[in-house]
Each structure stands twice: as C-alpha cells, then as structure tokens.
Design a protein around this ligand. Structure first.
Ligand code: ATP
Ligand code: MG
Length: 245
C-alpha cells in the first residue's frame, strides 16, 4: 500500500527525517511512535504532501507520488486528520464534512456522509452546530470524519488520543477497528504508547528523525529493552492517566 524508501524531508535547509524506510500493507494499522519532536508529524505530512521531500521516494499503490500535489494524493486515496485537527471552526459539522469530499459528486458525498454518521452517531446529533463549540472528542471525530469523506484507502491520523478522555479514546479506537475491517489502511501517530501497542499490527519508533525500532506490536510488547529505552515513559504516564486527561 505505502512504501517510504529512504525518505529524507524537512523545512528549508533543515532535514528532520533522515533516510526513513517504512512499508505498510493493505488493511493494517501501523503506528508511528516517538517523543516530542521525533519527527512523527513531519513524516506523515510529507506522505500527505505538505512537507517537502529532500531525497528518497514515497510509493503509494505502486505509484511514485514523491512529487505529486496534495489534491492529487487525496484523489489517489490518501487522507489526513492532522495534528490539532485544523477544522473550519466557523463552519458547521455538516459543512466541515462537505469540505472533506468537496470534489465528489453529490450522490457519493451523501453516501459518505451517511457512513461517517453511522461510525460517529455523535456527529449526527451535532450536525448543524459550529465546529468551534464541539468538545475535544467531537472535534477529533469530525476531523476523522472529514478525512473519511474523501473515501481514503489510507487514513492518516496524527495524535489520535491526545487530550481526550479515556471513554472518547475508546470510541475513536473502536471506529479505527471498524474502518480496518472495512479495508481501510491506517497510519496512526500516537504518543499514548500503551494504546498504540494494543491496537496496531506494527509500529515504528522514531527518535530524532530516525527509526530506532520497527516490528510487530506483539514483539514490541515482549521487548523489555525497547519498552525501557523508548516506550517506558509513555507507558508510565498512561498508567497514571497523564496522557489521557
Ligand atoms: N514548520 C516547521 N519549520 C521548521 N522546523 C519544524 C517545523 N515543524 C517541525 N519542525 C521541527 O521538526 C522536528 C520534528 O518535528 P515534528 O513536529 O515532526 O515532531 P513530532 O514527533 O510530531 O513531535 P510532537 O510529538 O511534538 O508532535 C522538530 O525538531 C521540530 O522543531
Ligand atoms: Mg506531531
């Protein structure tokens, strides 16, 4: 589905990701994990086309999209729910959803909207309310819903659980599992390591723009050295509720 081949990317003269190679297969949940500033958002923003690639390649469904414009990547099947959600706050839930599928014919727009509201019934209850007055959890649902409006084959979500209550995190993760069952491939950025290890098939741990570990979540859970060196702090925070508040 998605191959990053020795991808280096960054901002201006600054390279923040160095020769990162990742392979994500269809219908899997792949989690990018790492501390603040590790380069998680930069990696996914380069996949979506918002951060410039300095060297290496991004291959999506066998097509080299390294230089493909953002809108074309959306049409090819890549959608992003970005860090901070970036909703159109002065628009309603309904209008935000419509923006996510703006290039589609009305029939498909309606069908996709129905599917999103089935996945997140809460959005249906808030459909005519302005995005700015939604709770954090509802805003996250709307950000994911808006991304889904474009019928993605690859859904990328940055910081799925950040700042959300445990109950809402459960809802979001249930939605992710449902989407995966429907055949959507999911690339997650998550600082809540315990959650990521529970739900992901495979993970990549980033540190200072380089991958320090890649493998199955199962192997990660059984690797005390990895947990102590790279995942321990987040797990402790999670156990204490620090990341979920
Ligand atoms: N727009 C930008 N211009 C310059 N440098 C940036 C920009 N955005 C991010 N960086 C730098 O790139 C590096 C990686 O940042 P990035 O946001 O990708 O990390 P992250 O893993 O997503 O962190 P966080 O967990 O805080 O979201 C950091 O050193 C950061 O300061
Ligand atoms: Mg980030």
């Amino acid at each position: 589905m998605l191959h990053l081949e020795k991808l280096s990317c960054g901002y201006g003269n600054l390279t923040v990701i160095e020769e990162l190679s990742i392979h994500i297969t269809k219908s899997e949940i792949f989690a990018l994990i790492g501390a603040n500033g590790a380069g998680k958002s930069s990696t996914i923003m380069s996949i979506a086309g918002h951060v410039s690639v300095k060297s290496g390649k991004i291959i999506f469904k066998g097509v080299d999209i390294t230089k493909t414009p953002v809108t074309k990547r959306v049409q090819l099947g890549i959608a992003l729910a970005p860090e901070g959600r970036r909703l159109f706050t002065d628009m309603t839930v309904s209008e935000n959803l419509a923006m996510g599928g703006y290039s589609l014919p009305v029939k498909r727009l309606t069908r996709n909207r129905d599917k999103v509201l089935e996945l997140f019934p809460r959005l249906g209850e808030r459909i005519d309310q302005q995005a700015s007055i939604l709770s954090g959890g509802e805003q996250q649902m709307l950000a994911i819903g808006r991304a889904l409006m474009a019928e993605p084959e690859l859904l990328i979500i940055d910081e799925l659980s950040l700042g959300l209550m445990p109950k809402v995190i459960d809802l979001c993760y249930m939605a992710i599992s449902t989407l995966r069952q429907q055949g959507v491939t999911i690339l997650l950025v998550e600082q809540n390591t315990s959650r990521a290890l529970e739900v992901a098939d495979r993970i990549c741990v980033l540190e200072s723009g380089r991958d320090v570990w890649q493998g199955t979540a199962k192997n990660a859970r059984n690797d005390p050295e990895l947990i102590t060196a790279y995942l321990g702090l987040n797990q402790e925070q999670t156990a204490a509720g620090g990341n979920n508040a």
